[in-house]
Design a protein around this ligand. Structure first.
Ligand SMILES: [Zn+2]
Ligand SMILES: [Zn+2]
Length: 169
């Protein structure tokens, strides 16, 4: 399910609608990398509560994302529990705060809402594991599989240059 039509509901003030739906998730990009929801369709809890002043929408689901680790580029899996909430006033009076951007002509855009909710819940960096050692900055090898260190040749040559300078002074 990508969208939900409210017209069929005919909720009256004080009434609540609750349903288990099959929500379709879209792949999206973060930092130029593509992340894929697996599975692409997840069970979600949709809750719509109508009051005299407005309607509250709640969407709950868990997204599992597959994509490259930010540090080592290996496959990373991220599980994100999502609990999103939107509000639409009965009379928004032109105020954007009282209006959900996902409601168009009684049609609730579940796919767009879910995508934005996942984006908001994302960490700054997606890692294969919290202590991922990443790639070696010198040779590019995976430090998780081959932990190693290099002789600090660069630093040494810099010191040598400094010594030379001192001798010239
Ligand atoms: Zn990693
Ligand atoms: Zn190295």
């Amino acid at each position: 399910m990508k969208s939900f039509n409210l017209r069929q509901l005919k909720l009256r003030s004080g009434e609540e609608y609750r349903d288990e739906i099959e929500l379709e998730l879209e792949p999206f990009e973060l930092g130029g990398e593509r992340y894929l929801p697996v599975p692409g369709t997840v069970p979600a809890e949709l809750e719509i509560t109508k009051a005299a002043t407005g309607t509250v929408f709640r969407l709950g689901f868990t997204a599992r994302l597959h994509g490259p680790c930010y540090r080592c580029l290996d496959d990373a899996v991220l599980e994100l529990p999502i609990a999103a909430r939107e509000y639409q006033a009965t009379n928004p009076d032109g105020s954007d705060e009282l209006r959900t951007p996902y409601l168009h002509d009684d049609n609730l855009d579940l796919a767009g809402w879910a995508r934005d909710a996942v984006a908001l819940a994302l960490p700054d960096k997606i890692l294969c594991r919290p202590d991922c050692a990443g790639l070696c900055p010198v040779c590019g090898k995976d430090l998780n599989k081959e932990p190693h260190a290099h002789e600090e040749q660069q630093a040494d040559s810099r010191w040598a240059a400094l010594e030379e300078l001192r001798e010239q002074l």
